[in-house]
Ligand binder design. Structure first.
Ligand code: SIN
Length: 490
């Protein structure tokens, strides 16, 4: 049940291809469920390769025109999109709560977060400058032009159904690219609404296309794009195994790739840290979206001297979290996205306990609330061999490990194939810069738990992927550089 009625123009249940709302040719549809109750909200097309190719046909045909639209005009259209998104913040926020389940303030916050990327890239559209290169030979004019890569395929995750499509599509449009999108099967509705608003803002038919598909049909849709040489770039947020598949399968057509993949973020509390600030930072970083965020701390290392004091303070705060549906304004932790998510969390906690961890807070499902709720959990005595420290739990679980030396904790923090975010709390300026350099990751939070911002580059190293989103670097990924040399000028 939605908090406020979602008007028909925002509750879309068709693909959008070449400026038209269409079903799948087969007529197949799949249900989108409310994770709080498991009830079906609506049905959307279960697309296959035919719809995927039709979307590329439209984006390919529109590219020649869109790239020529003057940058200022592209910027104005994208800015109008931002204004419409902000004007519909309440309804879009309600849609996010309905299909994704995050608490009310976070749902509204995600709409503002999505809009911040749209506005940023609207501004950047007018600043895609090339270079005039001082020629090493006489009689030559040498230039480097910045050009759009072409058709972009965006594959977005369920944990931020509004912000992730905004952060991928706004720079694509700003650069002069056209796009095809496939939102996660759990949360396609916010993306469809954002595409409807982009169209209303004046994005021409064919420039932005979206197709929905069930978990079963998703590989067919995505493989159609991977195999299509007209698709020049893939941008994906999701798991590392899927990211590797995209990289392998797109090799034949050598597409540009931006892969924002899994993380396993360390959160380190040194003996000289401000413990209250560290607890605040961990609460923000860990429990945002119920722990279903790729930059959520997944391993918490606390120096032995402050371990017990930190654990006590943290336990008090975690016990005060209010688990419940988004329909209750007091809820601070919503349901997990689906049964698979809950099963993984349960498995990680059971494995930790089996291998010697103790449960300080939580540690169990909250079945009386609904099918997908898990109690915010703090585990003590976590070790490197446990599943919850080897892979992302993607849920409200904090495994704490005690450490005694800086060298030991740097080695432990880097002992993972992943490298997205890392956090640490310390007041020692020399240590701060040693750590900032030593941590193997794309994003570092120093005495800060909330890191993402539209003006900052977001992305990882190692098996957390490559490419950046947000900031000027997030625009580069949609452009290539063309060298132009004119001779005979003397
Ligand atoms: C993500 O979890 O993929 C994105 C998180 C963020 O934007 O902070």
């Amino acid at each position: 049940m939605s908090l406020i009625p979602i008007p028909a123009e925002l509750l879309r249940s068709h693909n959008f291809i070449a400026g038209q709302w269409l079903g799948a040719a087969s007529g197949a549809r799949f249900g989108v469920n409310d994770p709080a109750t498991g009830e079906c909200i609506t049905y959307v097309p279960d697309s296959c390769a035919k719809e995927a190719r039709a979307a590329v046909d439209a984006a390919h045909a529109a590219f020649a025109g869109w790239r020529k639209v003057p940058a200022k005009e592209r910027s104005q259209i994208i800015k109008r999109w931002n204004d419409l998104v902000l004007a519909r913040q309440a309804e879009l926020g309600a849609l996010i709560l309905l299909e994704q389940g995050k608490p009310q303030a976070e749902g509204r916050g995600e709409v503002a977060y999505a809009a911040s990327y749209i506005e940023w890239f609207a501004q950047q559209a007018t600043r895609i400058n090339g270079e005039v290169i001082p020629a090493p030979q006489p009689g030559r004019q040498m230039l480097a032009l910045r050009e759009p890569v072409g058709v972009v395929a965006a594959i977005t995750p369920w944990n931020f159904p509004g912000a992730m499509i905004a952060r991928k599509i706004a720079p694509a449009l700003a650069a002069g690219c056209t796009a095809v999108c496939k939102p996660a099967e759990d949360t396609p509705l916010t993306s469809l609404a954002l595409v409807a608003l982009a169209h209303e803002a004046g994005v021409p038919a064919g420039v932005l296309n979206i197709v929905t598909a069930s978990r079963q049909n998703t590989p067919e849709v995505v493989d159609a794009w991977l195999d299509d040489a007209r698709v020049r770039k893939i941008t994906f947020t999701g798991s590392t195994p899927v990211g590797k598949h995209l990289a392998r399968r797109s090799a034949d057509t050598l597409k540009k790739l931006s892969l924002e993949l899994g993380g396993n973020a360390p959160f380190i509390v040194f003996e000289d840290a401000d413990l209250d600030a560290a607890v605040d930072g961990l609460m923000v970083a860990k429990f945002r979206n119920g722990g279903q965020t790729c930059v959520c701390p997944n391993r918490v290392f606390v120096h032995a001297q402050v371990h017990d004091a930190f654990a006590d303070k943290l336990a008090t705060r975690v016990r005060a979290l209010k688990v419940g549906p988004a329909s209750n304004p007091a809820s601070t932790i919503g349901p997990m996205i689906n049964a698979r998510a809950i099963e993984k969390i349960e498995r990680h906690v059971a494995d930790a306990v089996l291998h010697g961890a103790t449960v300080l807070v939580g540690g169990r499902r909250l079945a009386s609330l609904g099918p997908n709720y898990f109690a915010p959990t703090v585990l003590l005595g976590a070790r490197a061999a446990m599943e919850c420290t080897r892979e992302e739990t993607f849920g409200p679980v904090v495994p704490i490990t005690r450490f005694t030396s800086e060298a030991e904790v740097i080695a432990a923090a880097n002992d993972t194939p992943f490298g997205l975010a890392a956090y640490f709390y310390s007041q020692d300026v020399r240590r701060i810069w040693r750590l900032a350099h030593a941590l193997e990751c794309g994003i570092v939070g120093i005495n800060e738990g909330a890191l993402a911002a539209e003006a900052a580059p977001f992305g990882g190293v190692k098996e957390s992927g490559y490419g950046r989103e947000g900031s000027i670097h997030g625009l580069d990924d949609y452009l290539h550089t063309k060298y132009v040399c004119q001779g005979q000028l003397d």
